[in-house]
Design a protein around this ligand. Structure first.
Ligand code: PEP
Length: 254
């Protein structure tokens, strides 16, 4: 059985005061779900310490939005996975489409970041997904396979068992457009099938164990339908994770 997981990605939002206010409102709404689902929030780096303290012993976990592909050294502006592990992060997003598209992170760079996160003993959440142009030119499957293959080539498929895959169609992120249940189901099945096809004999059931979650304008109004799909093991939530009522209702949909 794959345990559902809900991850909030705060992106570059928040302040000391706003984070405190959000957590005061959201934690009571999440607490009741913490036994049946894994829950995590990913604030911007400077607030990790604050949010870690606010999470306290609630069982809700801390995550980060990215990590360097380097271990340490002269890489100004980078944050290593080990530092994030030391801060208490249990998850790190890798290859979010905003990183790929706005900051030029290539499949290879994403794979290096993935390796660093794994090496620090933290679970990477690998974001994959197609742009609208990819979808309209029937390249969805190919693009996602290339994104997955780069990571498989870097760390090997067996090592990915500890990670999570987040399917996030780029055209649905922060746009208010959600993929239809049919579109989501199809891609989730394709991802699982691709993993199964690439699994070495000895680790056949990795495709059944690996959690594949969905992200892209999930809100309380569509969460129940999306999370009822057989191959959807949870959600990566951007905008709606900044609203206590919304995030609480979305957690209740899992
Ligand atoms: C995201 O940032 O990963 C995301 C899915 O954003 P939103 O929910 O706002 O579309």
């Amino acid at each position: 059985m794959r345990k559902p997981i809900l991850i909030g990605n705060w992106k570059m939002n928040g302040s000391l005061q706003a984070n405190q206010a959000l957590m005061v409102r959201v934690l009571p709404r999440l607490r009741k779900f913490r036994k049946s689902i894994d829950l995590a929030v990913c604030p911007p780096y400077p607030y990790l310490f604050q949010v870690r303290d606010l999470l306290g012993y609630t069982g809700i976990m801390l995550g980060a939005q990215n990590a360097s592909g380097f271990v340490s050294g002269a890489y100004t502006g980078e944050v290593s996975a080990t530092m994030l592990q030391e801060m208490g992060c249990r998850y790190v997003l890798v290859g979010h489409s905003e990183r790929r598209l706005l900051f030029g992170e290539s499949n290879q760079e994403v794979a290096a970041r993935y390796r660093s996160v794994l090496g620090a003993g933290v679970a990477p959440v690998l974001c994959v997904g197609e742009t609208l142009e990819d979808r309209e030119s029937n390249r969805t499957g190919l693009i996602i396979e290339q994104q997955l293959q780069a990571v498989i080539g870097e760390v090997g498929l067996a090592a990915m068992a500890n990670g999570i895959i987040a399917y996030e169609p780029v055209w649905a992120i922060g746009t208010g457009k959600t993929a239809t249940p049919e579109q989501v189901s199809r891609v989730h099945q394709q991802i699982r099938q691709f993993i199964a096809n690439n699994a070495p004999e000895a680790s056949d059931d990795i495709s059944q164990e690996l959690r594949v979650i969905y992200g892209g304008s999930v809100k309380s109004a569509n969460a129940f339908e999306l999370f009822s799909l057989a191959d959807v093991d949870g959600g990566l939530i951007g905008g709606a994770s900044l609203h206590a009522d919304e995030f609480g209702t979305i957690a209740g949909a899992l």
